[in-house]
Design a protein around this ligand. Structure first.
Ligand code: GDP
Ligand code: MN
Length: 385
């Protein structure tokens, strides 16, 4: 789950990371009231889950009440790269002497958190990494050892931070690391990390991605979930307890077991198709879970054909077949299905399907055959439409 900038800053504040004070607002009136309270000059910042707000005109300094009102009016409702601004964050204006960059991400290949620091903040860090890679200091932290003071100093030296700021910047990184661990984040990014004319270091921006799978341990973070900001299908799947990820293509996919679904996506891609989703019905899926999954898959209007790839272990193929038959009764799909049932009770499952004689349901015995068939059906449907 991605947090809005101000939610990230509030999370930072809980970990004693210095951030400018501010208030969220979702109407012009609230924004002006907040600005009056914070004082002038203040900054009106669009709250959307996308970067580059500054360039898009979503961040403006207001020197008085009239400007605060004017900026709030123009920013609320603004579209930034396809995201509508529903909220602004009114923040005390900061004096900026320098803009740095700091982040912590998981480096899966190294199996360790990677801490990055650069003196070239404020701009797009991808550009710095490409054009001037030595300006981006990088250091892996052994997760068992944790972030030590020397890590901070080493990074600050490597990034060429001024001598008097090596300790404060190192301390800032230590706090960011503590927040990263305590909140079970996947990403913590501060761009820019600013130095004020008084040589104070604070986070002027905050990008935080939390691990969805850990939210049950963090009630306060879980409460920040905004269903309206989520994709409609993903939201529907989430409510039904399904593991579903929406993708760009037009072939709906259902399988049991994450590994099998991942391979199914690969095989469909290899056959020249584009999967519309990842959906893992999980082990031991009963008929009602299958009905629920079919509804989620078909609620995506892009779907032109569906592939069921079931390898029965704990999951019984006859239960899947029953679920599919029931789903056809409830949902009445208009797109073709390809079903591959293999494993526990597959003979019974295939018999049930044959007996039900569902319209537009094709069976396949191997995964490759199923993938080729569904790609062909989707292409035909596309040509016919
Ligand atoms: P982003 O463009 O979405 O990454 O938004 P940021 O929060 O990083 O802001 C972009 C830029 O706006 C920063 O790099 C700053 O240069 C500028 N900015 C943001 N807040 C202030 C502020 O309080 N004072 C000043 N002078 N500039 C600010
Ligand atoms: Mn930024």
């Amino acid at each position: 789950m991605d947090l809005l900038e101000y939610q990230g800053k509030q999370l930072f504040a809980r970990h004693a990371i210095p951030v400018p004070s501010g208030q969220p607002a979702s109407t012009v009136e609230q924004a002006v009231a907040a600005a009056d309270q914070i004082g002038y000059p203040c900054v009106v910042k669009a709250q959307v889950l996308i970067g580059g707000r500054g360039k898009a005109g979503g961040i403006r300094v207001a020197k008085d009440r009239a400007e605060a009102e004017q900026h709030a009016r123009s920013i609320l409702g603004m579209d930034i790269k396809g995201f509508t601004v529903h909220e602004v964050w009114i923040e005390e204006a900061s004096q900026i002497a320098a803009e740095y960059y700091a982040s912590i991400v998981f480096d899966r290949a190294a199996k360790a958190p990677l801490v990055m620091l650069s003196k070239e903040g404020g701009v797009e860090i991808e550009q710095v990494a490409e054009e001037n890679p030595e300006a981006l200091a990088r250091l892996h932290v052994d997760p068992l050892l944790g972030f030590q003071d020397f890590h901070g100093r080493r990074l600050a030296f490597a990034a060429g931070i001024d001598a008097d700021l090596i300790r404060p910047v190192g301390a800032m990184l230590a706090k960011l690391y503590a927040a990263f661990v305590a909140e079970e984040a996947m990403l913590v990014e501060v761009n820019p990390l600013i130095v004020t004319p008084e040589r104070d270091v604070r986070a002027l921006d905050a990008k935080v991605t939390l691990d969805d799978n850990s939210l049950y341990r963090h009630a306060d973070n879980a409460a920040l979930r905004d269903p309206s900001a989520e994709d409609a299908q993903e939201q529907m799947a989430h409510e039904r307890g399904l593991t579903y990820v929406k993708l760009e293509g037009d072939i709906g996919i259902l399988g049991n077991g994450a590994g099998l679904v991942m391979s199914t996506l690969d095989v469909v891609a290899l056959a020249g198709g584009a999967p519309a989703n990842f959906l893992d019905a999980g082990g031991g899926s009963k008929a009602d879970a299958i009905v629920s999954a079919v509804e989620v898959i078909l609620s995506d209007e892009k779907v032109k054909a569906v592939l069921f790839n079931i390898f029965g272990g704990i999951t019984r193929c006859d239960e899947v077949a029953k679920g599919l038959i029931e789903a056809f009764d409830v949902v009445k799909p208009t797109v073709p299905f390809v079903v591959r049932l293999d494993g526990t009770n597959d003979v019974e499952g295939r018999r049930l399907l044959a007996e039900a004689n569902l319209p537009n349901v094709h069976t396949a015995t191997t995964m490759n055959e199923a993938a080729e068939k569904v790609v062909e059906l989707a292409a035909n449907a596309g040509a016919a439409a």
